[in-house]
Design a protein around this ligand. Structure first.
Ligand SMILES: [Zn+2]
Length: 350
């Protein structure tokens, strides 16, 4: 199965937390948290359509300026999701600069800021560069069971957790995975290629069987085209369960938080979970509203996560990262855990 999502940590486990998710077949990416973005190539950040910020503690939000600087005048609209109070925080950042010349820019930059009050309510505010980032429009939003985004290929769900301040946890779920049987395509005399994205879209949108698709490709210097009904093309399609990725960081180890996490991140294929503290530091972790290794491992077990990526290690223990993995391994089987190298970008199975 060719996964739809390709997630990577923004930094090594001791760096600022955050995950960049490349979405296959589309020129689009998602960003979870907005801390230090300097390790991310600009060409990748320019593909970000949606940014999901857990909360505005500095290590999760100071990269906003980097993103703003990069995307200014590029004709982009970026959706920014964050917890209660987030609109005002984004606005304060925007208003801290002088925008007297932006009306001359050929291309605009818009931010749609979605402030999440709870799993059912929020508001959207639009800020436009051409209007010197004044508030343009504001509307209330109703979410259905925490669904923030509901698109053809995937959904993003939210839960509001407690970190002595509201902190959002996110689940990215592919609705269903559309597999293509290449041997069936070959038997039909059809090539693979970008047209398969359109086929997948039509399948997911439940287009009528008599919908036709025209497939064009180059062969021996000439262009060949064939028009076929969806019913015939569907013979090369097999549907399986989609990918589920959970991103959980900065959370108190309380029964209420755990219940919420287990309920919505259940059976994640990939669980990104913070482990800032070793077990011996559990009192410090409780005071700061974070998890220990043992607590994170217990949550991972509870939700039956297929693979776990621990991150957001406290820099206090920078000299001995292996201690985090050793403690996690006490509860989690090695095959369930993924180590991240110091560059932060490669997932290396233990
Ligand atoms: Zn925090």
């Amino acid at each position: 199965m060719r996964p739809l999502f390709h997630p990577t940590l923004l930094n090594d486990p001791f760096g600022d937390p955050g995950v960049f998710v490349d979405c296959m077949f589309t020129n689009r990416a998602l960003l979870f948290d907005l801390g230090d973005l300097r390790n991310m190539p600009s060409r990748k950040l320019l593909r970000v359509s949606d940014v999901l910020v857990t909360h505005a503690h500095m290590d999760h939000f100071f990269g906003f300026d980097h993103l703003l600087r990069l995307t200014l005048g590029r004709g982009k609209t970026i959706r920014l999701f964050g917890p209660q109070g987030f609109t005002r925080q984004v606005e304060h950042k925007l208003l801290s600069y002088t925008w007297n010349l932006v009306q001359h820019y050929a291309e605009d930059l818009q931010f749609e800021v979605i402030e999440v009050y709870d799993e059912n309510h929020g508001k959207k505010t639009i800020f436009s560069c051409r209007a010197r980032f004044a508030r343009l429009a504001e509307s209330t939003l109703d979410f259905c069971h925490g669904i923030l985004l509901d698109e053809t290929f995937f959904q993003i769900k939210v839960r509001v957790l407690d970190h002595f301040t509201p902190c959002l946890a996110f689940c990215l779920e592919e609705k269903v995975h559309v597999n293509i049987w290449k041997n069936v395509l070959e038997n039909m005399g059809l090539p693979t290629g970008p047209w398969l994205t359109e086929l997948k879209r039509k399948v997911l949108e439940k287009a009528a069987d008599d919908t036709t698709m025209t497939i064009a490709w180059r062969q021996s210097g000439s262009i060949i085209t064939r028009t076929m009904p969806l019913s015939a093309l569907k013979k090369a399609v097999r549907l399986t369960k989609g990918q589920k990725i959970a991103y959980i960081t900065d959370v108190r180890y309380t029964p209420h938080n755990i219940e919420k996490i287990v309920q919505f991140a259940d059976h994640s294929d990939l669980l990104f979970i913070e482990t800032p503290f070793l077990q011996e530091d559990y009192e410090k972790a409780a005071k700061k509203g974070h998890l220990t290794t043992e607590q994170a491992a217990a949550i991972a077990q509870n939700i039956h996560a297929k693979q776990v990526i621990p991150f957001h290690f406290s820099p206090v223990h920078h000299a001995y990262p292996e201690r985090f993995y050793e403690e996690l391994h006490m509860l989690l089987p090695k095959k369930q855990m993924i180590l991240i190298n110091q560059g932060g970008h490669s997932c290396i199975p233990c």
